[in-house]
Design a protein around this ligand. Structure first.
Ligand code: 13P
Length: 244
């Protein structure tokens, strides 16, 4: 269960969140719990989660290890801070910051090289869904992002299906729509890497996940977890998603 805080919360607000959140999930050993705050607040989050099972991740990274790349951060920097995860190619990165499948591929490789677990985000927009292009979009995002990966390296990545039309809109995909897309993604993994990696691959759903719809989503066999935006900003609501 992962929370993507996007561009929300200061360092002080980060500490206040964990002060309330940590005890609410202290008994939750059934899943991994990850929070991805803005990178400037990662140290605060790492500090505030020390000694708990809660892990942290970046929301983005650059593919080079270091260099003259003003404004960027590397996988090694995230790792050195104590983070284990990084979101790659979130739809907002694709929409507003020109993220491409090819960039995503380089970032996934760099994340793996740094010992991070990349969470590779894919998903169609409303127009693509309405014109019947969902499978085609997912297929090209997936094959573009994982091009050149061995099955062994693929086994270290997590995929997040986030239909753009469901992000921040309150319009969650029905469990059936989400399940169909997750099944399609798992089929693509099977085609590319084989039955075992497909069965083992974790596919998260993201897009308007809330405490009152998590149960129906998680009841679907191909949905293995959630990537939560808005509802992860509130300790009570994210804790009830984790503990559904
Ligand atoms: P919301 O849960 O706010 O719809 O955001 C989903 C998301 O983009 C998570 O990465």
């Amino acid at each position: 269960m992962a929370g993507n805080w996007k561009m929300y919360k200061t360092a002080a607000e980060t500490c206040a969140f964990f002060h309330k959140f940590n005890p609410l999930v202290a008994g939750s050993a059934h899943c991994e719990i990850v929070i991805c705050p803005p990178s400037v607040n990662l140290s605060a989050a790492v500090e505030a989660t020390r000694g708990t099972r809660i892990e942290t991740g970046g929301q983005n990274m650059f593919w080079e290890k270091e260099g003259a790349f003003t404004g960027e951060i590397s996988g090694n920097m995230l790792k050195a801070l104590g983070s284990k995860w990084v979101l790659i190619a979130h739809s907002e990165r694709r929409q507003y910051f020109g993220e491409t499948n090819e960039n995503a591929r380089k970032k996934i490789l760099a994340a793996l090289d740094s010992g991070l677990t990349p969470v590779y985000c894919v998903g169609e927009n409303l127009d693509e869904r309405q014109t019947g292009g969902t499978h085609q979009v997912l297929e090209s995002q997936l094959t573009g992002g994982w091009a050149g990966l061995s099955a062994d390296r693929f086994s270290k990545i997590v995929i997040a299906y986030e239909p753009c039309w469901a992000i921040g809109t309150g319009k969650v995909a029905t469990p059936e729509i989400a399940a169909e897309a997750h099944r399609f993604i798992r089929d693509q993994v099977r085609k590319q890497f084989g039955a075992e990696p497909a069965a083992a691959c974790r596919i998260l759903y993201g897009g308007s996940v809330k405490p009152d719809n998590i149960r129906g989503l998680m009841a679907q066999p191909d949905i293995d977890g959630a990537l939560v935006g808005g509802a992860s900003l509130d300790p009570d609501s994210f804790a009830s998603i984790v503990n559904f």
